[in-house]
Design a protein around this ligand. Structure first.
Ligand code: RIB
Ligand code: CA
Length: 329
């Protein structure tokens, strides 16, 4: 089976870290490199965190490049209130040893696009690096296979304002430029689908049964995030957005949606809103594939069976009972 070559461009970040764990556990994917962007945390801290997760997953071979330290226009506002000052839930994960990251994320993206047929870019943070790359060498993206972006929302409410999702709110100008200029449809894995992916205490308990070492790592980095979810939304558990975009990259059938023209509002009351023209008022050719349905059980089965290296049918049976609210006998 030919592996799908990807670049992960993102802002780790707690759910970003889980997304990397799934990507590293998916044999269908070949990670050409990882680029970080200012978002949940400053890009340099994000790059340090990537190295921490790669060290835990014993994958020091994957190159890491640090990217944009601020949005195109707006003042940079991090999400460290949600992800912790360290970006990994103030978990105290030790720094990686013997490895370091490089600068030049934008050039790495452009060079990889020029050298790789049908590259998939999985963007799990603000789109600043991609907007800068488009500005620098737009024709390099003619080679792009697919852009999968965790970001935006169609009918679901925002998480940074009544209408805006963080990745597009943090840098609305970058999101606007990428949607306007990419020239290929953006697969928008937005809050409409990611809000259905909730990591609950019972799933964490099941993970602990499967492998305490890996479960403890996930529990450590998500504790802070779960506390935030309780304070913010009275939710027990936490929404893990980014891993769904990786799952969709592995298996596009895990989400379904529709094609539409989408624009991103760059200022005013609705700044950062992804405005999806689902009824074609503007008679513009579609520039996005907006995902609106997903199967949480299928996702969680993929995540747990791959990250914990267990046979998926048995994992699915247990998760079905847990996610239905039943005790597992
Ligand atoms: O709105 C959720 C998104 O913003 C996720 O990618 C999260 O990691 C943050 O980047
Ligand atoms: Ca992210």
């Amino acid at each position: 089976m030919e592996k799908k070559k990807i670049i992960l461009d993102y802002d780790p970040g707690i759910d970003d870290a889980l997304a990397l764990m799934l990507a590293l556990s998916s044999p269908e994917l070949h990670i050409c490199g990882i680029t970080t962007v200012c978002g949940n945390v400053p890009a340099e801290l994000g790059a340090d965190n990537v190295l921490r997760v790669l060290q835990f997953m014993n994958r020091p071979d994957i190159p890491v490049y640090c990217g944009a330290e601020k949005p195109l226009v707006r003042r940079y506002i991090s999400a460290q209130d949600t992800h912790g000052e360290d970006g990994l839930g103030e978990s105290g994960i030790p720094p990686a040893e013997g490895v370091s990251w490089h600068s030049g994320a934008v050039d790495f993206i452009l060079d990889t696009l020029c050298q790789t047929e049908a590259l998939t870019i999985v963007a799990l943070g603000p789109l600043t690096n991609l907007a800068l790359a488009l500005r620098k060498k737009q024709n390099a993206f003619q080679n792009l296979g697919r852009l999968v972006s965790m970001g935006g929302n169609f009918r679901s409410y925002g998480n940074c304002s009544p209408v805006a999702e963080y990745n597009y709110w943090c840098d609305p100008d970058a999101a606007g430029e990428v949607f306007a200029n990419l020239g290929k449809p953006i697969h928008m894995v937005g809050l409409d689908v990611t809000r259905k992916i909730v990591l609950t205490p019972n799933i964490l308990e099941y993970m602990h049964v499967l492998n305490p070492h890996t479960a403890d790592f996930i529990r450590k980095i998500t504790r802070f995030y779960c506390d935030f979810h309780w304070k913010q939304e009275k939710m027990i558990g936490c929404v893990i957005n980014d891993p769904l975009a990786v799952a969709y990259t592995v298996d596009p059938d895990i989400c379904h949606g529709f094609d539409a023209y989408t624009a991103v509002e760059t200022g005013g009351l609705c700044m950062g809103q992804s405005v999806v023209d689902s009824m074609n008022f503007w008679h513009r050719d579609p520039n996005s594939h907006v995902l609106t349905q997903t199967d949480p059980l299928a996702f969680m089965t993929m995540f747990v069976s791959r990250v914990f290296r267990k046979e998926s049918a048995s994992v699915r049976t247990v998760l079905a009972k847990i996610m239905a609210g039943g005790a597992v006998s």
